[in-house]
Each structure stands twice: as structure tokens, then as C-alpha cells.
Design a protein around this ligand. Structure first.
Ligand code: CTP
Ligand code: CA
Length: 230
């Protein structure tokens, strides 16, 4: 009824949200990761649930409680996250990629603990992880029934870099924040973001590697991640 659609505008829709960092193992004891705490992604899952969606949250390792009523899939590495996402992608009407996915992983994860004895230094070769959001952009529904939102954290050239990502990964929306902006960044309860949307449909990067000038930007004031999620 009207009341239901007012209060639960996402009823009948399914949302796929990713959150947290990934862990890329070096050996059974050690891994490479980043500072993501999952707060933004978990807030998104909770908000989508509250708005009526059926929510799957694919989460890297974080120290947050599972949001009530949400299907949580726990993963460690970027490759694991990619697998979990692929299982849920086709049926998702709303996809928000808030996870901080490791771009590289150690080429080999040693089966045994790496020992320091006899070594003056240690070189680890890293290889590329799959870009999950770029894969999504290439496999998304073409009838406009699937909304795709990415995130970007930058330390310089925020809008330029974020615009490239928005277009190259064929997103409908990209939420960009500057790590050094007061009130933004890792582990904070607030964020300061600019929301980018394609102004003239999605397009690939031009040959020169710069995005087409087809991006709308909206800077939002500092607010709690819970409010921003909604
Ligand atoms: N992303 C992803 N898979 C990756 C890397 C990133 O799905 N292997 C997603 C992130 O979840 C985010 C968006 O892509 O929604 C942008 O991530 P970001 O790290 O800012 O951009 P990159 O394309 O990885 O570029 P760089 O780290 O070099 O700035
Ligand atoms: Ca990255």
C-alpha cells in the first residue's frame, strides 16, 4: 500500500553491498590489508534493510556486529570477495561497492611461516587482484533495472580521479572522499563526500586516458556515516 511504499521504498528489491578491507595472505601468519573498518558499508546495509530491501552484505574482516536481518557473507581475500559477489550479482537490483579491495596480493602465499633466520631482506612479488567493480560494470543489466554505486578514496585530484573511476567502471553513482579532509576517512563515524553521477550516460576513457566531460558532482556537508548511508 501507499504507506508501505513511503516508508519502505526499497521493498521487493534486493541489495548487494560490500564492506571492509580484504586480507591478502603472505603465509599462515601474515597478510597485507588496509585501514578500512567497514563502518560505511555496514551503515549502508542497515539503511537498505530499514528502507525495505532484502540485503546481502559481503564483508571483509571487520570488528562490527552483523546488522540484524541482513544476509552476511564473510570473506578474507579480494578473490574470495569476487567469488561471493559473482554469486549474488545477477539477482541484485542495487549494488554498492563500499569495500576497500586490495589491488594486489602476494604472488605466492607460503604454506609455512616465513622465517627471518638467514635473511637480511625479503622481497615479495605482488600480482593484480580482479577489479570487482569494473567486472560489475561490464556485466551489469542493460535495461536500467540494476543500480551500481562505487566508492573512491583519494589523497589528491579527488574529482578528476573519481570521475575516471565512475566512467571507466560504468557506475550510476560514485561516492568520493578525500582521506585528508577533516571528518572523513578511515574509522571515523562521519564522512565528507562528493557524489558523482554520469551526466550524459556512461562512456569509456578517451584514448588520452582522461574521462569524457560528462560528470555531475554534488558535494555534501559532513555527516554521520549512518545518515549518509540513508
Ligand atoms: N574496487 C573493486 N575491486 C578492486 C579495487 C577496487 O571493486 N580490485 C572498487 C572499490 O570497492 C571502489 C572502487 O572500485 O568502489 C574504487 O576503488 P579505488 O581503490 O578508489 O580505485 P581503484 O580503481 O582501485 O584505483 P586506485 O586504488 O589506483 O586509486
Ligand atoms: Ca584501489
Amino acid at each position: 500500500d501507499d504507506n508501505d511504499s513511503d516508508e519502505r521504498p526499497l521493498a521487493g528489491l534486493s541489495a548487494l553491498i560490500t564492506a571492509g578491507p580484504t586480507q591478502e595472505p603472505l603465509d599462515p601468519v601474515r597478510y597485507i590489508t588496509n585501514h578500512s573498518t567497514g563502518k560505511m558499508g555496514y551503515a549502508l546495509a542497515q539503511a537498505a534493510k530499514a528502507l525495505g530491501a532484502e540485503v546481502t552484505l559481503v564483508s571483509g574482516p571487520v570488528a562490527l556486529p552483523e546488522p540484524a536481518g541482513v544476509n552476511v557473507v564473510h570473506v578474507l581475500s579480494a578473490e574470495d570477495m569476487f567469488e561471493a559477489v559473482q554469486r549474488h550479482f545477477a539477482s541484485a537490483d542495487i549494488v554498492v561497492m563500499a569495500a576497500a579491495v586490495g589491488d594486489f596480493r602476494p604472488e605466492h602465499a607460503d604454506a609455512e611461516k616465513i622465517k627471518k633466520q638467514g635473511r637480511a631482506d625479503l622481497t615479495v612479488r605482488l600480482v593484480s587482484n580482479p577489479d570487482i567493480l569494473a567486472w560489475m560494470g561490464g556485466h551489469r543489466r542493460t535495461d536500467g533495472s540494476q543500480a551500481l554505486c562505487g566508492f573512491a578514496m583519494e589523497t589528491q585530484d579527488l574529482i578528476h580521479n573519481a570521475a575516471r573511476k565512475l566512467l571507466a567502471k560504468r557506475c550510476d553513482m560514485l561516492v568520493a572522499n578525500d582521506l585528508r579532509e577533516p571528518g572523513a576517512g578511515f574509522a571515523t563515524d562521519t564522512n565528507v563526500v562528493t557524489i558523482l553521477t554520469p551526466a550524459g550516460g556512461c562512456g569509456d576513457d578517451d584514448d588520452n586516458g582522461l574521462p569524457n566531460q560528462q560528470v555531475r558532482t554534488e558535494r555534501l556537508p559532513q555527516m554521520p556515516k549512518t545518515q549518509l548511508a540513508a
